[in-house]
Ligand binder design. Structure first.
Ligand code: SAM
Length: 309
C-alpha cells in the first residue's frame, strides 16, 4: 500500500494534516462546536485525555484566536502520556481518576472554576466489546468525577461515550448533574464506530453534593469509602461482587456427587409450594386428561371434565 492510501480512505486524516491538526479528532470537537456553540464565553477550559493534543489545539485556536488575543484565557490539558508543547496550553501529565489531578487543575486556575471540560478519553481497546464498553464507561465516570471538582455551575461537559447496551445508565447519571444531556455523533466520527459524544450543559449538582472521586468501580484503589457517602453524594449506585472466590459459581454445572466420601442422595425440597399454579396441570396429567384435543378421536373428554378434577 502506498503512502497516500490512508489519505484516500480517510478524508479527515488528510484534512487534519493539511490544516495542521495533530489528529483527525480535531474535527469532532469542531463539529460539536458548530452544533452546540461550546466555546461561547469560555475563558477557562480543561482538556482531559488530551494527547496528542488536537482538541487542545482547537481550544487554543478558538479561545485565544489566531493572533493570540484573549490573555485571560487558560487551558489545561491532562493525559497519562507526555504531549508536545502547545501555545497557551498548560500540561499536566497525570491520571484523570486521581483526585490529585483535580487539585492540580484547580491550582492552575488559581481557584477559579472552569467554564468547559472536554474529554476524548479512550482506554486501549481490547477488541472484546463488553470489556471495551465497560472500561470506556469507567473513564467517562472518572471524567465526570473530576468535572464535579472543577466545573462552574452552568458550565458544560463534553465526553466521548460508547453507545453500548448500558448507555442509558450513564445518561441517567449525567442527568443528575446537568440540566441538558444530548448524545451527538459528529460527521467525522465513523458510522461503523459505536463512539459518540455526550454534550452535558447547565451543570447543576444536586443540593448538598460535595465533589468526591467516589466511583465505586474505581475507588478500591483510593482512600474513599463510598459506604460513608450519603444523600446527594451517593449518586452512583454501587455494584459489589460478594462471596469468596472459592464459593460455588451459579453459572456452572457441578457433578451430583460433590463430596467424594458421600454418595449422592436426592432430597425433596424443604418446603414444597402450598398451592402451586401447576397443581391443576399435574392432576390432569395424572388422569391422562392433559393431552391435546384430538379432533378425530371420539373418546376425547369434554373440557368441563378436566375442570371438575
Ligand atoms: N483528544 C485527543 C486529541 O485530539 O489529540 C485524543 C485522545 S486519545 C483518543 C485518548 C487519550 O486518552 C490517550 O492519549 C490516553 O493516554 C488517554 N487516557 C486514557 N486513560 C487515561 C487516564 N486515566 N488519565 C489520563 N489520560 C488517559
Amino acid at each position: 500500500m502506498g503512502r497516500s492510501s490512508k489519505d484516500k480512505r480517510d478524508i479527515y486524516y488528510r484534512l487534519a494534516k493539511e490544516e495542521g491538526w495533530r489528529a483527525r479528532s480535531a474535527f469532532k470537537l469542531l463539529q460539536l462546536d458548530e452544533e452546540f456553540r461550546l466555546f461561547k464565553g469560555v475563558c477557562r477550559a480543561v482538556d482531559l485525555c488530551a494527547a496528542p493534543g488536537s482538541w487542545s489545539q482547537v481550544l487554543s485556536r478558538k479561545l485565544k484566536g489566531d493572533e493570540g488575543k484573549g490573555t485571560e484565557v487558560k487551558i489545561v490539558a491532562v493525559d497519562l502520556q507526555a504531549m508536545a508543547p502547545l501555545p497557551a496550553v498548560t500540561q499536566i501529565q497525570g491520571d484523570i481518576t486521581k483526585v490529585s489531578t483535580a487539585q492540580e487543575i484547580i491550582r492552575h486556575f488559581e481557584g477559579q472554576p472552569a467554564d468547559l471540560v472536554v474529554c476524548d478519553g479512550a482506554p486501549d481497546v481490547t477488541g472484546l466489546h463488553d470489556v471495551d464498553e465497560y472500561i470506556q464507561a469507567q473513564l467517562l465516570l472518572a471524567a465526570l468525577n473530576i468535572t464535579t471538582h472543577v466545573l462552574k455551575p452552568g458550565g458544560t461537559f463534553v465526553a466521548k461515550i460508547f453507545r453500548g447496551k448500558d448507555v442509558t445508565l450513564l445518561y441517567s447519571q449525567l442527568k443528575i448533574f446537568f440540566s441538558g444531556v444530548t448524545c451527538a455523533k459528529p460527521r467525522s466520527s465513523r458510522n461503523s464506530s459505536i463512539e459518540a459524544f455526550v454534550v452535558c450543559q447547565g451543570y447543576t449538582p444536586p443540593e448538598g453534593y460535595v465533589p468526591n472521586m467516589s466511583n465505586p468501580l474505581l475507588d478500591h484503589c483510593y482512600d474513599v469509602d463510598f459506604n460513608q457517602l450519603e444523600g446527594p453524594n451517593r449518586v452512583i449506585v454501587p455494584f459489589l461482587a460478594c462471596g469468596d472466590l472459592s464459593a460455588y459459581d451459579s453459572d456452572r454445572t457441578y457433578p451430583l456427587q460433590l463430596d467424594p466420601n458421600k454418595a449422592y442422595q436426592y432430597l425433596p425440597p424443604t418446603q414444597p409450594p402450598i398451592q402451586p399454579p401447576y397443581q391443576k396441570a399435574c392432576l390432569l396429567r395424572k388422569h391422562n386428561l392433559l393431552a391435546k384435543e384430538n379432533l378425530s378421536a371420539s373418546s376425547t373428554p369434554e373440557p368441563s371434565a378436566c375442570q371438575e378434577q
